[in-house]
Every structure is written in C-alpha cells, then in structure tokens.
Design a protein around this ligand. Structure first.
Ligand SMILES: C[S@@+](CC[C@H](N)C(=O)[O-])C[C@H]1O[C@@H](n2cnc3c(N)ncnc32)[C@H](O)[C@@H]1O
Length: 203
C-alpha cells in the first residue's frame, strides 16, 4: 500500500509500542466489552474493528456476532498485527493490514464498527468516516471509543511526542465530523476515564 507521511509516522509510533500493548492497560477489557455492547450486534452480523491494533476489541466483537458472524480487524501497523497474531486473535477474526481510508470491504456489509483509539491518528477523519459508512448498512452503529478520558489521552500524546490530532474528538467537533462522514451522533459519553461517541449510519 502507498503510505502517506502521516501513516509512516503513525506506523513508527506504534511499531515501537506494539509488543506488550495490552499489558500496559490490563484492566481495559471491561470497558471494551461495554463499548462493543452499544453496537447492538446480532448473531451472524459482520463487524469491523477499525485500527484494531493488537485486537483487544476482536474478542467481544466475536462474542457478539457468534460463530455464524464475521469479524474483520484492519490496522496500518504490521507490528500491531503481529502482536494480534501472537495473542491468537487471528483464530477468531480476519486481521489485515490496511488503511481505514481504503477498506478492502464491499459496500454495505457491516452491521457495526468499533474504532478504538483511532480518530486522533487520522489527518483526514471525514474521509475515513465516509469510508467506514460506505462499508456499513443503513442503521449500522459506529463506536468512536477510548478506554481513557479525552484530556488524559491528549496529555499522554503530548508526553510521548505523538503525532496526534486530539481535536478530532473534541465534544464540539465530533458531531459535525461524524455528520460530514455520514453518521448521526446518538450520544457522547465524555467521561474522565473513557470516551464513547456512538453514531448511527445515515440513510
Ligand atoms: C491507539 S492504537 C489503538 C489500537 C486498538 N484499537 C486498541 O484500542 O487497543 C491506534 C491504532 O490505529 C492504527 N491506525 C492509525 N491510523 C490508521 C489508519 N489510517 N488505518 C488503519 N489503522 C490505523 C495504528 O496502527 C494503531 O494500531
């Protein structure tokens, strides 16, 4: 895949952090379960984990769609997908290298998408949100999720000198961004220790 400068920087940042990614925040599973439950997935559905990283969300997504469903994890950083493989996540999902701005998925097939920790790393969030909308059927849900509060996340990015666009998830900005991308905000839970913008696909 042809890589933009942003994506090269993103890869560099996450490559050095991939091994042991989940060990740094071992208690986040409960929050991931909670976020996935808001997608209201059913047995047999197709679910996507956009920017899946080590694939922590793939576990509750697979539980939600059951053995008849399909779960796809997409990430731009090969080292993150190697970590997902090391953790056995490829036995419960299809994990593929790719850019969420150009998903290898046909139109209208997904019933729900989780984008955990992703939006601050997107220089063109509207383009990516449109692409996510393209892959989903009308009424599908998208969870823009962080298992950490928005302000704590921004402080973490600053401390680590991350190339992040933290304003993408500002409370004033998220609703218009989602709307431009083809999503209607259902609710925003902007708590001290987590963030979830739950949206429904227009149309
Ligand atoms: C903060 S990590 C979150 C990983 C995982 N979702 C989690 O919550 O543990 C952000 C992930 O998004 C991926 N990413 C960033 N930009 C991307 C893009 N344009 N397309 C696909 N993945 C991307 C990074 O490689 C990284 O694995």
């Amino acid at each position: 895949m042809g890589l933009s400068r942003d994506l090269v920087q993103t890869r560099e940042f996450f490559t050095s952090r991939a091994v042991g990614w989940e060990d740094r925040h071992p208690d986040d599973d409960v929050l991931f379960d909670w976020a996935v439950s808001h997608l209201r997935l059913c047995s047999g559905d197709v679910a996507i984990d956009a920017g899946c990283g080590s694939g922590r969300a793939l576990v509750p997504l697979r539980a939600a769609v059951g053995p008849q469903g399909a779960v796809l994890g997409i990430d731009a950083t090969p080292a993150m997908l190697r970590e997902a493989a090391r953790l056995g996540r490829q036995s419960i999902s299809v994990c593929a290298i790719g850019d969420v701005g150009r998903l290898p998925v046909r139109d209208g097939c997904a019933a729900g998408i989780l984008a955990a920790g992703l939006l601050p790393h997107l220089p063109d969030p509207v383009g990516a949100l449109r692409e996510l909308a393209r892959t989903t059927r009308p009424g599908a849900r998208l969870g823009v999720f962080h298992p950490v509060g928005r302000l704590a996340l921004a402080a973490r990015h600053k401390q680590r000198d991350a190339h992040a666009h933290d304003m993408n998830i500002d409370p004033d900005r998220i609703e218009p961004l989602l709307a431009e991308g083809g999503w209607e905000l259902e609710f925003l839970d902007d708590a001290d220790d987590h963030y979830l913008a739950l949206a429904v696909r227009d149309g």
